[in-house]
Design a protein around this ligand. Sequence first.
Ligand code: 5GP
Ligand code: MN
Length: 332
Amino acid sequence: MNQTTTSSELGQIREAILSRQRFLITSHARPDGDSIGSQLAMAFALDALGKSVRIVNADSAPEHYQEFPGMERIEIAPRVDHPDVDAVIVMECSDLSRTGVAGLEGQFIINVDHHAGNRMYGAINWYDLSAAACGEMVFDVIASLGVPLTPEIATHIYLAILTDTGSFHHSNITPRTFEICRQCVDAGVNPAVMARRVFDSNSFGKLKLIGALLDDMELVDEGRLAVLHLDEEMLRETGSTHNDTEGLINLPLTAREIQAVVFFKIGADGVVRVSMRSKYDVDVRQVAAAYGGGGHKNAAGFTASGKVADVKDEIIGRMVAAIAAGLQSRPA
Ligand code: 5GP
Ligand code: MN
């Protein structure tokens, strides 16, 4: 179930795209840079082939993605009643329900993903666990279609990789990652502009929120684990929004001793979203999977059932165990 699939699926995707005309592209709810970049790179490539393309997402993207090319093309909708397309391309979703978009069941689905535990819900299923970002896979699809790397496509592929590697911090980076980025830069991407736009476009409210979150941070396991909490009151007090929380989970990892972070975000409805990040071989995906979530070794998440107070101790216990296991195989 979890093995990586490769070239034959890529060939099937190529044929399926070339022989069809109308496409709908989607990705997971609460989109991140990889889902935005993968979808828009694919959309621009389909445009180049003269195909018709709709992009439908359950949620809008955080503010700092809005100025990237083609963002205005993304329709935000919880369902599509009559897709009326020849194929649906689903990026980054281990399960069709991760899209948060209803009404896609029964369509001809092309499933492109790099998360472990993909449910193989498509007519074609290509998942490559070794891809640092889904954008790396989209790069291959676009190359196989013979579409040149335009500045727009290169921007979105680079955006996908820059964000999904945690700005080149995660342990899923390979020579291939840099080869693709090299080609993107060759095609006109400016890495300094990309990094500033994605990582240095905070609102003042977000800066204040960073202060409040870190002020409230708990350290566990002799400082190896950082625990962050966020609730509506903190957002109100700092003048920030939920969209401002993207990326904040990475801040504690900048401390040398901290090996992993768990971030509890309590929504207005009381629902608790749990995000986790880690260094090197500390596997937080396993922790997420124990609660029905998923992700990658260094970045994972899930939605908790119950109040923070009820679930927190157990989750922290699993994180501490994951840190102990991961530290045993730390690179020198
Ligand atoms: P984030 O913490 O940024 O929400 O998510 C980190 C990683 O975990 C991403 O790769 C994301 O797709 C994955 N992830 C987050 N929440 C869930 C979830 O509820 N289910 C699954 N399967 N994956 C999740
Ligand atoms: Mn991804």
